[in-house]
Structure formats: C-alpha cells, structure tokens
Design a protein around this ligand. Structure first.
Ligand code: VAH
Length: 315
C-alpha cells in the first residue's frame, strides 16, 4: 500500500488522485496535518499525520501495511526565508524520519521531491546540467540539496529505493500552491479571471523553469514505475517542461482575455528568483526513463483558463 504524506498540498492532491486511479482508492492512504481536501473526500482512506512525529509515522506504516511512501510535505522557498530554522528542521527531519523507517521496515520505494531551487547564482543559468556547481542561497534550496545527498546515501549504504525529481515551478488549478516563489504563475490566472489585473511580485523579464501539473504528475509516476536498473541518478533528476517570464505568461493570457493588464512590483522573492536557473537540461531523465513534456505555455494557458472558469462558475 502507498502512503502519501502532504496529500493536501499543491502536488499532493493531484498525485493522490492519480495514484488512486492507478492502484485503487483503498491502496493509497492520504495523510496531512490539515483536514482532508475537498477533492480527496470519498476517494480513499485519509489519516491525520504529523510527519515530524516519527513514532506515529512508524505505527501508521505498520498498521496500514505501507510498502511505498511519497513524502510531499515541505516548507517552500518564499515561506522558508521567513523562518529558516523551522524550514530546515521540517524539510530535513521529515525526510530523515521517512528514510529511516524505510530502512527499518524494508519499504519497496520512496518518493521525495527536490527542486531546481538546489541551483544557485554560480550555477550555469541556461540549460543547467544535471551535474554542475550547486550552491543554493535559500534555506529551501539548501534543504533540498542536503536531502538529495541523504537520498543518495541511503540508496548506496542501505539499498533503499528512493527516487527524486528536481521539479521546476509547478502550475495547477486543483489545489493552491504553498508559499513558493513561482506561485505568481498560478495567481496570475486567477487574477486574470477575477480582477482582470494582476500585480506581479517578480519583474517582467524573470525567466524561470516551469511545468504544468499534469506533466509533473506523469513524470513522477513514470519515474516510480521505471525498472530500478534504469535509474542512474539517486540524488534527484533534473526535470524540464518549459521556461517563461511574467511578461510571456501575461501575453499568453491576453490571447484569451485581451483586456487583461499586469503591473510589476518585485518584492523579496525577486532575489530568490534571480538565484535560480532560467532553463534546465533534463537529458538524463530523457535517456534513463524516456521523459518528454507534453505542455507548452499556450496549451497550459488554454487548459488553465478553461478549468478555472468552470471552477469559478463563469460562462
Ligand atoms: C518554490 N514552487 O517556488 C517551489 C519550487 C522551483 C520552485 O521549488 O519554492
């Protein structure tokens, strides 16, 4: 059975629904600190869980016959800079709890997301390679890089089958993003429909690696379904979908909503965005397990606006 930790988050909701579709609702136990997300209700078992409570987690793994864990609980980049020690503690201890229980119980597979946030200002900005200078300047990035090192360590030392992806910024409409620097790319679609105007917290030419959630969910499942022998990266695979700037996503929205306007008022998150790459080389993922994105900016924009209009009860 699969346990999803952080099942009510931006990735968690969609990953839980996708896993339940593949393996059957009752074979995927969803858990989070928060109460059950609307979209999860009635689709399978839900338990309240604080991943920082190792004993509680261990009991839950045994009681529910868990053989795989997807750990999605984390403090993201923008929130992390407001409380660095808490972000470090939560992002690291949650992973160490899961890795140690995986070793003790001999769990089959573990999934834990990393991020392009592991790269820092000294990493190449364009088509950033899998192996390069990695000097993250946010606590979130530092915790993700350290987490990658722990994943590789548990694999090589104890044989734990833990797999990871360096997600770009993720865009989705089913569940709200959780305090990241790339959240502007979700907010902008909502504001375009709700207000017709968006005040963007990044400057107009801030290029960042991004991905539509359907691609991210498919990448996660394709990675986890791949034969273990094909996995040559046990830290975290670079993963690429598309890159765009606030100006470009605004332009894509204006194709559908011509009157939409955007103003740019960069805040503390600009420094975080400036430290990250503009595009990612995910050649290893393509080579090892056949990764290919399917969504570009126009296709994502059409799908986002269509679904958000429905969600908001617009015509
Ligand atoms: C964040 N959405 O902004 C996350 C992600 C690459 C960005 O890690 O913190």
């Amino acid at each position: 059975k699969i346990l999803v930790i952080g099942a009510c988050g931006q990735i968690g909701v969609e990953l839980t629904l996708a896993l339940r579709k593949m393996y059957g609702g009752n074979n995927v136990v969803a858990s989070d600190l928060r109460e059950e997300h609307e979209l999860l209700k009635g689709t399978g078992p839900y338990v309240s869980l604080d991943v920082m409570n190792k004993e509680m987690l261990h009991v839950l793994v045994i009681r529910h016959n868990i053989t795989q864990v997807y750990l999605l609980a984390a403090i993201l980049s923008a929130t992390g800079e407001k409380n660095p020690l808490l972000a470090w503690h939560i992002n690291m201890q949650s992973l160490l709890n899961v890795l140690d229980i995986a070793k003790e119980e001999g769990l089959d597979k573990i999934y834990w997301p990393s991020s392009i946030a592991v790269f820092g200002p000294n990493s190449p900005k364009e088509t950033t390679p899998q192996h390069t200078i990695i000097e993250p300047t946010t606590i979130y990035g530092i915790s993700k890089f350290a987490g990658e090192r722990w994943c590789e360590y548990y694999h090589h030392r104890y044989g734990t089958d833990v797999r990871s992806l360096r997600y770009p910024g993720l865009i989705s409409y089913k569940s709200a993003p959780g305090g990241g620097t790339t959240d502007y790319a979700v907010e902008i679609y909502h504001e375009a429909l709700d207000e017709g105007h968006y005040k963007c917290f990044l400057s107009e030419n801030t290029y960042l690696p991004m991905m539509y959630m359907p691609d991210a969910i498919r990448a996660t499942i394709e990675l986890m379904e791949a034969d273990s022998a094909r996995i040559t990266v046990r830290s975290a695979y670079n993963l690429s979908g598309m890159s765009f700037s606030p100006k470009e996503i605004a332009g894509a929205i204006q194709q559908h909503i011509p009157a939409f306007t955007v103003s740019y008022e960069p805040d503390y998150r600009q420094d975080i965005a400036n430290s990250w790459p503009q595009s990612i080389d995910d050649g290893e993922a393509a080579k090892d397990w056949g990764w290919q994105p399917q969504y570009d900016l126009p296709k994502m924009t059409e799908d986002m606006l269509k679904n958000l209009k429905e969600q908001k009860g617009m015509q």
